[in-house]
Design a protein around this ligand. Structure first.
Ligand code: ASP
Ligand code: MG
Length: 465
């Protein structure tokens, strides 16, 4: 079969980890056609993407040497792995190539310092460099392990729109390019090592797909190549029923549906980038999540199949602000909800949860804390006349945590909400707001940040998840 597999930043964080990656790839390559997608290297003391982004911002603030200062450390980190794992004859050319790429960025840094301005387009050149360095390193390490591996920049494969920093793929063009480039390599028995996270516009200008976007890259390639399976190698045994730091009894979920995974990705279970399932759903390509450091564990399989069970997992999104717009005149005031959400959208803020009771005296919505200030300012401007008319009397803000209980088997099963609220009542936890979409695969509640951990624990225990 044909698989595309992605290794996260920590799975490729040092020579030992990359040796393990090479072993996994070599074993699977005996039976399968394998495409590899890699993130930038994440060592505990040197997180490549964060470091490059910080250097770009330092340049914009006037420190044009910031990149030149970190470049030798990045080069050393990559070459140290190369000297352990690559063929000695491969190392000089690799070093030269990485050096040239870092030098280009150091020069760009100096220009940015002179201009005093960092555009999103220039920032993408910085943030995406880690993947380019690492794909070359991993390809060399795989050659060291006897595989015919070759680094490929996704700028040659993934065609995106021009939303720098958060680009979306243009799937038809991407499919054409991916097949033209990777198909012949696979047929020749090669292992393409593709950079995650990056793409390029139709004009060839590099873009990035958003932080953590290598997962998304992997599923874009999987869909474009019609692979049989997409594998994500992580540092955990699959998707867990809750954060194990909070809930020691948390366990790996063997099966999930795409929609359950979509809900969980969104709700803070930091397993896959939220967009990852999108390209695969239509084609029904299953996702496997497995542990690089425990490859014998079967992990989690995510597919179209509905699996048994009601509530499966409970997650928490922290750092959220609940905004409440209320007033006596909102009852029957047609269009007020549209204006409220329009204002929040204009502020560029993302609604995480919406709730309005049928008395219509207030509408509340939750947004990420960092976006709350702008949303409230825009709401005040939009509703200025309603305030003068006393139709709207207050806009309240409250720091909170959203707790989401996920599982598509909750649909049509009576008593689930009762059990959740019962568990929280029993634990003495106050619920501030509630939302459940009519798909019924997610019940979300808002609690005070101080109650969040206890809420997750109480719900997990009540369902013996
Ligand atoms: N290196 C990128 C980031 O840190 C992409 C990824 O890791 O998926 O956001
Ligand atoms: Mg990552």
């Amino acid at each position: 079969m044909r698989v595309v597999m992605k290794f996260g930043g920590t799975s490729v964080g040092n020579a030992e980890a990359i040796r393990q990656v090479a072993k996994i790839v070599a074993e699977n390559h005996r039976e399968h056609e394998v495409v590899l997608v890699v993130s930038a290297m994440n060592a505990p003391d040197l997180r490549t993407t964060d470091t490059l982004i910080a250097a770009a911002h330092a340049a914009a603030a006037g420190d044009g040497d910031a990149t030149a200062e970190v470049a030798p450390r990045l080069l050393a980190m990559h070459m140290e792995v190369a000297s352990a794992l690559a063929k000695p004859s491969d190392c000089p050319a690799l070093e030269e190539e990485l050096r040239t790429m870092l030098a280009y960025l150091s020069n760009l840094s100096r220009s940015i310092a002179i201009l005093g301005e960092l555009t999103p387009r220039a920032l993408d050149l910085f943030s995406g460099l880690g993947e380019r360095l690492n794909a070359r390193l991993i390809a060399a390490a795989l050659r060291g392990a006897g595989l015919d591996a070759c680094a490929v920049d996704a700028t040659e494969l993934i065609v995106t729109d021009e939303r720098y920093g958060m680009a979306s793929p243009l799937m038809d063009e991407t499919r054409e390019q991916v097949r033209a480039c990777l198909q012949p390599m696979l047929l020749a028995g090669q292992v393409p090592v593709v950079t995650g996270f990056i793409g390029a516009t139709r004009d060839g200008v590099p873009t990035t797909l958003g932080r953590g976007g290598s997962d998304y890259s992997c599923s874009i390639l999987g869909a474009a190549l019609d692979v049989q399976e997409v594998w994500f190698w992580k540092e955990v045994d699959g998707v867990l029923s809750a954060n194990p730091k909070l809930v020691p009894a948390a366990h790996t979920l063997p099966r999930l549906s795409y929609s359950e995974m979509g809900e969980m990705a969104y709700y803070g279970a930091n397993v896959l980038h939220p967009k990852t399932v999108q390209p695969l759903v239509q084609r029904g390509i299953p996702i496997h999540i497995r542990n690089t450091f425990n490859p014998a564990h079967p992990g989690t399989v995510i597919s179209n199949e509905q699996s048994s069970g009601t509530a499966k997992a409970v997650t928490a999104i922290k750092d959220v602000t609940l905004i409440t717009v209320g007033g006596p005149g909102m009852l029957g005031l047609t269009g007020v909800a549209a204006r409220i959400f329009g204002a929040v959208a204009r502020a560029g803020s993302n609604n995480l949860l919406i709730s309005q009771a049928s008395s219509e005296q207030s509408v509340c919505l939750a947004v990420p804390r960092a976006e709350a200030g702008a949303a409230v300012a825009e709401l005040r401007a939009e509703l200025a006349n309603d305030f003068s008319a006393h139709d709207v009397e207050h806009i309240g803000v409250l720091e909170c945590t959203i707790i989401a209980v996920v599982g598509s088997g909750m649909r049509g099963t009576p008593g689930i909400a009762g059990r959740i609220f019962g568990a929280l009542g029993h634990a003495g936890i106050n619920i501030i707001a509630i939302a459940q979409g009519s798909t019924e695969n997610n019940i979300s509640l808002v609690v005070a940040p101080a109650d969040a951990d206890a809420a997750v624990q109480a719900i997990h225990q009540s369902f013996r998840l």
